[in-house]
Design a protein around this ligand. Structure first.
Ligand SMILES: Nc1nc2c(c(=O)[nH]1)N[C@H]1C(S)=C(S)[C@@H](COP(=O)(O)OP(=O)(O)OC[C@H]3O[C@@H](n4cnc5c(=O)[nH]c(N)nc54)[C@H](O)[C@@H]3O)O[C@H]1N2
Ligand SMILES: Nc1nc2c(c(=O)[nH]1)N[C@H]1C(S)=C(S)[C@@H](COP(=O)(O)OP(=O)(O)OC[C@H]3O[C@@H](n4cnc5c(=O)[nH]c(N)nc54)[C@H](O)[C@@H]3O)O[C@H]1N2
Ligand code: SF4
Ligand SMILES: [Mo]
Length: 708
């Protein structure tokens, strides 16, 4: 029996980007395990991925191109050849381009796979070349990143491995044990050395349960807490005046601004007692090295951007950046010298480019956003909007349109794929080649394919080569091999790639960027922030012009609209929908609904697979406080209906004091077919954007719950 081990990397949109060893026997992948040599993976994969071969070999896999044979959304398809599929797509698109113009085509994608080749940008050059509508992908972290850039620039921030040196660790809206679990050993190591772990989260999550101090907070009010912390630090002289003088901009204005944000104000907004706000601030200032790790969840509210602005000011105020293991960790992705323009090819976009935001898919498809030309063809890959995007009812009505030609490239018949006219089979990570950045550590990874593609599945790179050919595009750029694309995917002249060769990377599967070792590296000890001033900008010079586009967050990825005025100083923006801010609405819908990540699903991935469903619970559950449940006659395990004016979904009640009264929590990722009545949480969430980066506000949602 021929048996060998192939080194690869996890494809998922997850900060950990684990190094995976796949055992292959006679051409078949029989097991995957975490690479013990990878300093972050440390030999362990999570519950989502530790049976990844079952995803690859699942009998639910789409392995051949198919054409719809029943009504839209019926899930009835018949097998066709790739030639037939490509010919049909090309003829429909050519006709649309000739009659209605290329903007009648909308590509729709995100990070189904995170590989630099097959991920975010793989379709951009083709759709730009065609002149299609550009989909602005602000699914995740765009408010946060815009705020972060405005304050400290595109720095990787504190090295996640340097947390072992921290003495005070704040996990702010981050459920590390579920969503970033390979960071946990570093935090535990710090705790063995005496560090204190604080978790700020409305829910007593599995991470919060293990913390030294869990601070429950009302959703969407973190900005008030951070601004009050700045207020206390300045008022009580807990700041590092020397660091502020040398390495920050706009301190006097910030000091003036935060005068209004008293601990009493913050207590009223957040529900955290004044004493706790004082204690948190004093401990944070007096226990160096102090570090904050912010999760993405903090941005999903009206004030998501300003919240991150305020939090990003705190480390500079106390000089936390001076210490190894101090500062702020958001997304170290900025360390990777990815050749974004080479991947996206914005130069191919026509001047008259039209942009539609990914969160506005529903109204764009139904025609409620008036569009000329209307969207006549939708091409979905690496995304599952029916499960993950607000305004589910409109998305479904849009997808059901008879005059919409929908193509979907997928592993599985997702809630979105069911509505396709043409379905195209995509390879999984075991069947494709890629090179990977990480947004949770500083190792570049290489994914060697472990097995041949199953059936007629193709990697996204090959999909777009085929589509380009079918559309008559002969430019060699569109026909580069995967190896040629890998060569061009990074800026190899960057100092952080010094000493890294593709050959070695391919062999080892991962290499740390050429950056100082975590153990004696404080990246901003001497300032050197990659902002226009080189300082931490309490008062943002990017905002002052009211005209900035954050690098990477250009059209096509998402970000602040050039020209939109932004207050240069951080300030508090209360949630759009909360019992305190929407009092009339709260009469009818008194409960706040949040829908964070499920422990066993990766966004909506694995929502159809048995092992992960067994772990997550077969059916959507909703966590309710026992007082809220008994007031509604709801017992544990009872079927319930969660609703507001926008829609409703059904679920099973789980009663627990892990949520405060007034809060309900529904883990995201469940598919329609596993829900009792079809719709999922996004039937209820709003379309409003947050204050920066056109991020979603789906956690600003008021609902009512009744027993069924
Ligand atoms: N298991 C698992 N891991 C994942 C994913 C997954 O789906 N499943 N998805 C990946 C992706 S795409 C991302 S972006 C990351 C996200 O990683 P995280 O940011 O950790 O994700 P969430 O679980 O959405 O939110 C974290 C915590 O924030 C809390 N929270 C919600 N609203 C607020 C608020 O207003 N204030 C505060 N302080 N806390 C709040 C939630 O209760 C939750 O416990 O995870 C990645 N990893
Ligand atoms: N309620 C709620 N909504 C949320 C969130 C939340 O926490 N709660 N999180 C938000 C965030 S942070 C994010 S990042 C987005 C995620 O939104 P999406 O990226 O749309 O979510 P996924 O479920 O990861 O969908 C990716 C799809 O790509 C497919 N896929 C995987 N690999 C490949 C491939 O190689 N080729 C092709 N063609 N397809 C592939 C998968 O099978 C999957 O169906 O959702 C956002 N929406
Ligand atoms: S999903 Fe995240 S934690 Fe799980 S194996 Fe992949 S990278 Fe690692
Ligand atoms: Mo995300």
């Amino acid at each position: 029996m021929a048996r060998h081990v192939v080194v690869g990397a996890c494809p998922h949109d997850c900060p950990d980007t684990c190094s995976i060893l796949t055992t292959v026997e006679d051409g078949k992948a029989v097991a995957v395990r975490g690479n013990p040599d990878h300093p972050f993976t440390r030999g362990r994969l999570c519950v989502k991925v530790n049976n990844y071969q079952d995803r690859t070999y699942s009998d639910q896999r789409l392995l051949f191109p198919m054409r719809r044979s029943g009504p839209k959304g019926s899930g009835q398809f018949e097998r066709i050849s790739w030639d037939e599929a490509l010919a049909e797509i090309a003829s429909r698109w050519k006709a649309l381009i000739a009659t209605e113009g290329p903007q009648s085509i909308l590509p729709y994608s995100y990070l189904g796979t995170q590989g630099i080749l097959n991920g975010l940008n793989v379709g951009d050059p083709l759709f730009n070349k065609l002149g299609a509508t550009v989909c602005e992908r602000t699914f995740c972290d765009s408010a946060s990143c815009t705020a972060y850039m405005m304050t400290i620039g595109h720095t990787p921030g504190a090295d996640p491995e340097s947390f072992v040196h921290s003495r005070y660790i704040v996990l702010w809206a981050c459920n590390t044990l579920s969503t970033n679990s390979h960071h946990w050993p570093f935090i535990e190591q710090a705790r063995k050395n005496g560090a204190k772990l604080v978790v700020i989260d409305p829910v007593r999550t599995r991470t919060a349960r293990l913390a030294d101090w869990h601070i429950p907070i009302r959703p969407g009010t973190d900005g008030a807490l951070a601004l009050a912390m700045a207020h206390i630090l300045i008022r009580d002289g807990l700041i590092d005046r020397d660091y502020i003088d040398r390495h920050t901009l706009g301190f006097d204005e910030l000091a003036e601004r935060v005068k209004a944000y008293t601990p009493e104000f913050a207590a009223e907004q957040t529900g955290i007692p004044v004493e706790d706000i004082l204690k948190l601030t004093r401990e944070y200032a007096s226990t160096p090295p102090a570090v904050v790790r912010i999760g993405v969840a903090v941005e999903r509210h009206a004030g998501g951007g300003q919240t991150v602005r305020a939090i990003a000011c705190l480390p500079a105020l106390i000089g936390a950046w001076k210490h190894v293991g101090g500062g702020l960790l958001q997304l170290p992705i900025w360390a990777f010298p990815v050749n974004w323009p080479g991947l996206m090819r914005p130069d191919l976009q026509p001047e008259s480019m039209r942009v539609i935001n990914s969160w506005r898919l529903g109204p764009a498809l139904t025609g409620e956003t008036s569009l000329d030309p209307p969207i006549r063809s939708l091409f979905v890959y690496n995304a599952n909007p029916m499960a993950m995007v607000s305004d589910q009812d409109r998305i479904e009505r849009g997808l059901a349109r008879e005059d919409l030609f929908t193509v979907c490239s997928e592993h599985f018949m997702t809630d979105t794929a069911r509505f396709a006219d043409i379905l195209l089979p995509a390879t999984t990570q075991l069947e494709q080649k890629d090179i990977m950045f990480s947004w949770g550590h500083l190792y570049l990874s290489y994914n060697n394919p472990a097995i041949e593609p199953l059936g007629e599945a193709v990697p996204n790179t090959e999909l777009f080569r085929r589509l380009a050919r079918a559309m008559g595009i002969e430019d060699p750029f569109f026909h580069r091999s995967d190896d040629e694309m890998i060569e061009a995917s990074l800026d190899w002249s960057s100092p952080v790639l010094e000493g890294i060769t593709l050959e070695e990377l391919r062999r080892k599967g991962f290499m740390r960027l050429n950056m100082p070792v975590a153990d004696d590296w404080a990246p901003h000890r001497e300032g050197n922030f990659p902002t226009p001033s080189g300082k931490c900008e309490f008062k943002s010079s990017m905002a002052e012009g009211g005209n900035f586009v954050v690098p990477l967050f250009r059209q096509g990825y998402g970000g602040q609209q050039a020209g939109e005025p932004v207050d240069p100083l951080p300030h508090y923006v209360a949630p759009n929908e909360s019992p305190a801010t929407a009092t009339a609405l709260a009469q009818r819908y008194p409960l706040s609904l949040i829908s964070p990540k499920s422990h066993a699903f990766l966004n909506s991935n694995y929502g159809n697979l048995p092992a992960q469903r067994a772990q997550a619970g077969e059916e959507q559950m909703v966590l309710l406080h026992p007082d809220d449940a008994s007031a509604r006659g709801i017992a544990a395990g009872t079927p319930i209906r969660v609703f507001n004016d926008r829609g409703a979904f059904e679920a099973k009640a789980t009663l627990s004091a892990d949520v405060s009264p007034g809060l309900v929590m529904a883990p995201s990722g469940y598919w329609h077919r596993s829900n009792r009545a079809g719709p999922t949480v996004h039937a209820l969430t709003p379309l409003a954007f947050a204050d920066l980066g056109r991020a979603p506000t789906f956690s600003d949602t008021l609902v009512q719950v009744v027993a069924l």
